[in-house]
Design a protein around this ligand. Structure first.
Ligand code: ATP
Ligand code: PRP
Length: 205
């Protein structure tokens, strides 16, 4: 049995058509059910639909052989024990530093609100900028407005969320898109099953 971990939410909407084109379909009844392990049209392939942040964890430990997750999540997680085999080019956005103005970044110790703690820490460390990271789980854009932080590190696509909250995108940390990842052991032991999948999706892309 091959287990594929999919990120629910935004990525899933763009993943399902891609998987369908590659010959893997999940029935509507399965998708709409409360089941956590979903059957597919292929007897030897099952799908788990989980939170985006959990995908690398399941794949890293071999609980899923393959997974689809955003590069933002993979960077933050560290992505040990798994191979990033394909850039799927979906759910594209940028991981950026944003603030009310450029001046706000001029601090001895910069207060940064983000859910991307590791990526932000590494970015400012490489710049030689001392920082204090304030971990949030959402609504990062609020932090500079209420004096919780000088800036934020968050995903930016259209820029509408920043604009609506009086913030401007200042520095790009990373270009983000969703990636197909494979557990390192599965890559060897299930290679005959996995390789055609990867090649098939690559051909579609
Ligand atoms: P959760 O609900 O589990 O906390 P989330 O709200 O971050 O997760 P989504 O908003 O569905 O989940 O985002 C999942 C992934 O989609 C992100 O990790 C990123 O790779 C991508 N993504 C997020 N926001 C955007 C965006 N505005 N434009 C394009 N891609 C995005
Ligand atoms: C993401 C991200 C930003 C927004 C950026 O949030 O956290 O807030 O998209 O997109 P934009 O530049 O096109 O406005 P999302 O919509 O996924 O909401 P959430 O983080 O609250 O889940």
């Amino acid at each position: 049995m091959l287990t594929i971990a999919l990120s629910k939410g935004r990525i899933l909407e763009q993943t399902l058509p891609l998987l369908e084109k590659s010959g893997l379909t999940i029935a509507k009844e399965e998708l709409n059910s409360r089941k956590l392990i979903l059957d597919t049209n292929l007897a030897d392939v099952q799908v788990i639909i989980i939170r985006a942040t959990d995908v690398p964890v399941f794949v890293q430990h071999g609980a899923a052989d393959m997974g689809i997750a955003g590069k933002d999540i993979l960077l933050e997680h560290g992505a040990n024990n798994l191979f990033e085999v394909l850039d799927l080019g979906i759910a594209k956005c940028k991981l950026m530093v944003a603030a009310e103005s450029k001046d706000k970044l001029k601090q001895n110790t910069l207060k940064v609100a983000t859910k991307y703690v590791n990526s932000a820490k590494l970015y400012f460390q490489n710049k030689g900028q001392s920082c204090e990271i304030i971990k949030l789980f959402g609504a990062m854009e609020l932090a500079p407005k209420v004096g919780l932080a000088h800036c934020i590190v968050d995903l930016v696509d259209t820029g509408n969320t920043l604009k609506a909250n009086g913030l401007i995108a200042l520095e790009c940390i990373e270009q983000i898109s969703s990636r197909l990842v494979v557990n390192a052991a599965s890559f060897k032991t299930k290679n005959t099953q996995i390789k055609p999948w990867v090649q098939n999706i690559e051909r579609i892309l």
